[in-house]
Design a protein around this ligand. Structure first.
Ligand SMILES: NC(=O)c1ccc[n+]([C@@H]2O[C@H](COP(=O)([O-])OP(=O)(O)OC[C@H]3O[C@@H](n4cnc5c(N)ncnc54)[C@H](OP(=O)(O)O)[C@@H]3O)[C@@H](O)[C@H]2O)c1
Length: 256
């Protein structure tokens, strides 16, 4: 995602990359951050986030769950707005920490920064509210073989949205995954199916199955650039917001 961001940043006239941070073990430390995109940015890849923060108006994190927690603390200390795109960070990065940080900085946590998925999340909420509870809700997601977390952060967010639409407690969105499910389906349960393989960028389908009819809402990501584009657009907006907690929904509906 870091490379996708650097490539896509060139599409935004008002974005300047002021720092690029990788792990202390990265093979790219000291090299120009633009290299993978074939451009020279004059910004060396570093492992020192606090130092890299100096010239930044806003920070975008797509890293690793543990690193995201460290990046949150560094941005809070430096008073820099932060967009976290990293997924799978519970329990290292708990809700209480995010809430506390959002009292000091503008914070946007987005398990999916695609504008299409952001809209899908809203459509799922509307469908779940409108359709009677006899419609079973299942969420199917497919990702590349290297993905660490399952179900995906996006699948969990879609489940939260469906649960909100039905006024169910968030815990109702239980992670019932694939073959681990046995016996008849419990009404009200929101189930997950997870497929991993190849280089699939990310596909999510929310399935409302009633008696005699089925509705399916689907998003397919064909290129990682969609996440980068959405993250950059969101970061440009976030840079001008006061301390608080924001979501991609704000980008879609308040940024028009
Ligand atoms: N929100 C969204 O829309 C969205 C979209 C795609 C992916 N994601 C999530 O974003 C995260 C990253 O995905 P990816 O595919 O880009 O993973 P990746 O290819 O494994 O890249 C992870 C990056 O994080 C860096 N990193 C790891 N530990 C670090 C640390 N302690 N400090 C600083 N940097 C560190 C790595 O640096 P090195 O160079 O040292 O390896 C690498 O550049 C995952 O959680 C993924 O699920 C979210």
């Amino acid at each position: 995602m870091g490379q996708a961001l650097l490539r896509t940043a060139a599409e935004f006239a008002d974005v300047t990359i002021t720092g690029a941070v990788a792990s202390a073990h990265s093979t790219r430390l000291g090299r120009d951050a633009g290299e993978p995109a074939g451009v020279r940015l004059g910004v060396a890849v570093s492992a020192d986030l606090p130092a890299a923060l100096g010239a930044a108006d806003v920070v975008i994190d797509f890293s690793h769950p543990q690193a995201a927690a460290e990046h949150l603390a560094a941005c809070r200390a430096a008073g820099k707005p932060l967009l976290i795109g990293t997924t799978g960070f519970a329990p290292q990065l708990v809700e209480a920490e995010l809430e506390a940080a959002s009292r000091d900085i503008a914070l946007l946590v987005a398990p999916n920064t695609s504008l299409g998925v952001t809209l899908l999340t809203e459509l799922v909420r509307i469908a779940a509210r409108a359709l009677p509870p006899q419609f079973d809700i299942e969420i199917l997601e497919r990702h590349h073989r290297m993905k660490l977390d399952a179900p995906s952060g996006t699948a969990l967010a879609l489940a939260r949205s469906a649960a909100e639409g039905r006024n169910l407690p968030a815990g109702q969105a239980t992670a019932t995954v694939g073959a681990s499910r046995a016996g008849p389906r419990r009404q009200g349960e929101i189930g997950f199916a997870v497929l991993r393989g190849g280089d699939v960028v990310g596909e999510h389908e929310v399935w409302f199955a009633g008696a005699g009819e089925r509705l399916s809402l689907t998003h397919q990501a064909a290129d990682r650039a969609i996440f980068a584009r959405g993250a950059l657009r969101a970061a440009l907006w976030l840079a001008h917001q006061p301390a608080g907690r924001y979501t991609m929904r704000d980008i879609l509906f308040k940024n028009q």
